[in-house]
Design a protein around this ligand. Structure first.
Ligand SMILES: [Zn+2]
Ligand SMILES: [Zn+2]
Length: 821
């Protein structure tokens, strides 16, 4: 017997050899078809836990599979390295964010190497290095030139006593952490990307294979709705505005309006509020300013508001409608005003009940007899109490009311979106500086391309103040205007890190390109990504922004494709003791200890086996020990030798060889199909079954040594993506050349994989009635079932009952029947 399976030794050895030989480096000159397999790059948080492995190991297995199938596979790795956690760690540990980040990268790179993946490290990308963020800034300039980047107002936290902007962390339950004053929201000029230009296209996912739930989340995020903007007349003396517009998807409910609600920050509030309501209104406005939008929109929050004493007129029925303010209406959505239709909107219903506002039914629920409603009726129905529109069904009513409003000039059909432009300014240190300059003569001036990168100064004080730390870094701020050479100031905000991750997959194609963000030829060769894997939590952030980015680049003619990721797959989550892993629970599984005890190949195979990949599963120590035993069995099976029992008869040998060949080809088929569909758990199960079967064959010794050897080769080839080190070692030990990872994926022969078949005779009361061809390994239950379902047999069962079924394996099914009396 050869040496024991020692994963630690062979894994280190092969990882070193593969690295020395640059086995996994890829080139565009390769004649094979390309395959770009991408895993979302990790944030540089410090340690890889088993959740990272769950994202990375199975995707590496699939990439290796494609490689053996004859593709030129790019499977790169890098680091998402800018962002808040580095800054927070820097503050709490007194270490510079750059140092903290680079230390983490060193550590994580070691851990990533231990996965034994085919990462081409020569293409590593780190977003916080100037050679990368230079191009992030370059893209900002391109978006600016294309009219897709602009400055606009957005709210920040403002402490009126300290007279300063505050970071979110400095606001404690709406009050200033330093002085205790109530914090308000103040608008500040910040940078936005016009992602709304692409709203319609971002709702389409044509030509890409993405999970339905992600597509749905993105469509909802865009939130397109068709409706009508309706003008209500304003007739208040001394106020210039003569109307307030609202947007609704239900103009058929216009006769049910009994109040109107404005956002507290609506510019008309101050003008319209009657003097005896002023104090109450001002207090309410101040209170709502202390709340975030998320709080304001929370469904758990009780909806409250204040009547401001003024009215608008509903032009369709000339009714005066009282104006309220309530913080569930946001100025940034639609027009900042909504019509209240309590009978037909749940939120309005609750609000009307609370403040005793009339609830008027204008869409009759089925069987409605004029009684009061217990809850809002939000479905379509027949219009009532609606003047000339009575008796119209909702759908027709919507059109008829809209037509009427448009004729009268009181409204128009329109489309609104929930999606808003992407606010990318961050008042933070650890990000790519926005490459803009403010000149007293020329205004906003972009940094000339040849002056990029705008380097992040090393010695900034990065404590969070709500303002960018760069503001206080004089040698950074003060510059000269590129146009007129006058003294000028730099933009001091940095970019949202989602900007860095919106294009990193392009950089992998040509990471060393220093004349452009990427080489056009290399991007044309590799992109789009063929399979992108990662967590579903990125649905409306990263995965959305990256799509916007590529569409914008396409329109600038920088790339020639529409979508960055052709196929998307979201893996599930690994839980421990039925809970999510988290540092605070102290239940984080670190792969390192399992790797050093059981080996990388075992951890990889276990993660594939634990559950369907898209569902995720529970980490379990006895489960991983089972996998370890299996790989040990493979080791023994392959190296334990084989001796043919020469005395078996040719007939026995032939039968045994035919069976081995059939099961081998069936296994190839099963493993290949599961690999394609990323169904790794059933793939591992098939490999385990195959191992067990081979162990039985080995005991009988009935097949010729060459036939045995062929099946062992197949086992190792099928195992190579999952347990790359073990497979490489065994491949070499049984005398094949290096490397198994350059071998072709085994092919199956449909003829050889076919189940052996026999002909079953079906009798009814001993008389031959039918013959059927079935698999030789059919069970008795299956045979009975098939016999009873045959049309020809059924004819003989009419009016009879079965009293017995006799089954002779491999030969016949006899149904014993008698007449029903
Ligand atoms: Zn303060
Ligand atoms: Zn100037």
């Amino acid at each position: 017997m050869a040496v024991k399976y020692n994963p630690q030794e062979i894994e280190k050895k092969w990882q070193q050899k593969w690295a020395d030989d640059r086995l996994y480096e890829v080139s565009e000159a390769d004649p094979r078809p390309k395959w770009y397999a991408l895993t979302m790059f990790p944030y540089t948080s410090g340690d890889l836990h088993i959740g990272h492995w769950y994202a990375m190991a199975p995707s590496d297995v699939h990439a290796r599979f494609k490689r053996m199938q004859g593709y030129n596979v790019l499977h790169p790795m890098g680091f998402d390295a800018f962002g808040l956690p580095a800054e927070n760690a820097a503050i709490s540990q007194g270490i510079h964010p750059f140092t903290w980040t680079m230390q983490n990268i060193d550590n994580m790179r070691c851990q990533l190497r231990s996965i034994g993946a085919i990462y081409d490290w020569s293409r590593e990308v780190i977003t916080c290095l100037p050679e990368y963020y230079k191009w992030t800034q370059w893209f900002f300039l391109k978006l600016y030139q294309a009219g897709l980047a602009y400055r606009g107002k957005a709210p920040v936290n403002w402490c009126p006593r300290c007279q300063t902007v505050l970071a979110n962390e400095q606001v404690v339950e709406g009050f200033c952490e330093r002085c205790g004053a109530a914090v308000s929201q103040r608008d500040l000029e910040q940078w936005f990307f016009r992602i709304t230009n692409y709203a319609d296209e971002l709702m389409q996912h044509s030509g890409i294979d993405w999970p339905e739930r992600i597509r749905l989340m993105q469509r909802n995020w865009v939130g397109k709705s068709q409706g009508t903007e309706i003008s209500f007349a304003l007739e208040q003396p001394g106020v210039d505005e003569k109307e307030i517009r609202v947007f609704t998807t239900r103009p058929d409910t216009i006769f049910g309006v009994t109040f109107m609600v404005l956002a507290p920050e609506h510019p008309l509030v101050a003008k319209l509020t009657l003097s005896d309501k002023k104090a109450e209104v001002e207090e309410y406005v101040a209170r709502s300013r202390r709340q975030t939008e998320i709080d304001r929109l929370s469904t758990e929050k009780e909806k409250d508001g204040v009547f401001i004493g003024a009215y608008v007129v509903n032009r369709l029925n000339d009714e005066a409608v009282p104006i309220w303010i309530a913080d569930y209406v946001l100025m940034s959505y639609g027009t900042g005003a909504v019509m209240g239709v309590p009978a037909h909107d749940e939120r309005d219903f609750v609000f009307a009940r609370k403040y005793n506002l009339p609830i008027r039914v204008v869409i009759a629920p089925p069987g409605w007899q004029g009684e009061e409603l217990e809850e809002a009726y939000t479905e379509p129905g027949i219009m009532v109490n609606s003047g000339q529109f009575n008796r119209l069904p909702s759908q027709q009513g919507i059109e008829a009311v809209s037509d009427f409003l448009e004729e009268k000039g009181w409204g128009k059909r329109t489309i609104t979106y929930r999606l808003r432009d992407w606010l990318i300014s961050r008042q933070r240190y650890w990000g790519a500086p926005i490459p803009m300059i403010y000149c007293p003569n020329c205004g906003i001036v972009p940094v000339p391309e040849q002056d990029l990168p705008v380097l992040l100064p090393e010695d900034a004080e990065f404590r969070p103040t709500g303002e960018s730390p760069l503001k206080y870094c004089e040698q950074f701020v003060n510059t000269t205007c590129p146009r007129c050479s006058a003294p000028a100031k730099r933009e001091t905000d940095t970019m949202d890190t989602f900007m860095c991750s919106s294009w990193y997959f392009l950089r992998y194609a040509s990471p060393d390109c220093d004349t452009a963000p990427f080489s056009v030829d290399q991007v044309r060769y590799w992109l789009p990504v063929d399979l992108y894997t990662g967590g579903a939590e990125h649905a409306v952030m990263h995965l959305f922004y990256a799509r916007f980015f590529i569409k914008a680049l396409r329109d600038m003619r920088l790339v020639d494709f529409d979508e960055p990721f052709s196929r998307l797959f979201n893996q599930g989550v690994i839980i421990v003791e039925r809970q999510k892993m988290s540092k605070s629970r102290g239940n984080v599984i670190t792969p390192d200890e399992y790797v050093s005890e059981l080996g990388t190949d075992t951890v990889r195979a276990y993660l594939m086996f634990v559950a369907p990949w898209e569902q995720g599963g529970e980490w379990n120590d006895s489960g991983i020990n089972g996998i370890s035993r299996w790989l040990n069995r493979v080791w023994t099976l392959v190296l334990g030798g084989y001796s043919w029992a020469g005395e078996v008869s040719p007939a026995v040998r032939q039968k045994a060889e035919r069976e081995l060949s059939r099961i081998t080809h069936q296994t190839i088929r099963k493993v290949t199909e599961d690999m394609e569909k990323l169904r790794f758990n059933t793939m591992i199960a098939a490999l385990m079954e195959f191992t067990n079967y081979l162990a039985k064959v080995r005991e009988t010794g009935a097949v010729a040594s060459s036939v045995w050897g062929g099946s062992i080769d197949t086992l190792l080839l099928l195992l190579a993506p999952t347990a790359p080190h073990l497979a490489e070692e065994l491949w070499q030990q049984i005398g094949h050349g290096y490397s198994i990872h350059n071998q072709s994926w085994p092919q199956w022969d449909e003829e050889l994989a076919k189940d052996e078949e026999i002909t079953l005779v079906i009798q009814v009361n001993g008389k031959l009635r039918d013959r059927i061809v079935v698999p030789a390994n059919i069970t008795e239950a299956e045979a009975r079932q098939i016999a009873l379902e045959r049309q020809r047999v059924k004819a003989y069962l009419q009016g009879r009952q079965i009293i017995n079924i006799i089954y002779v394996p491999g030969r016949l099914v006899n149904l014993v029947v008698e007449k029903v009396v």
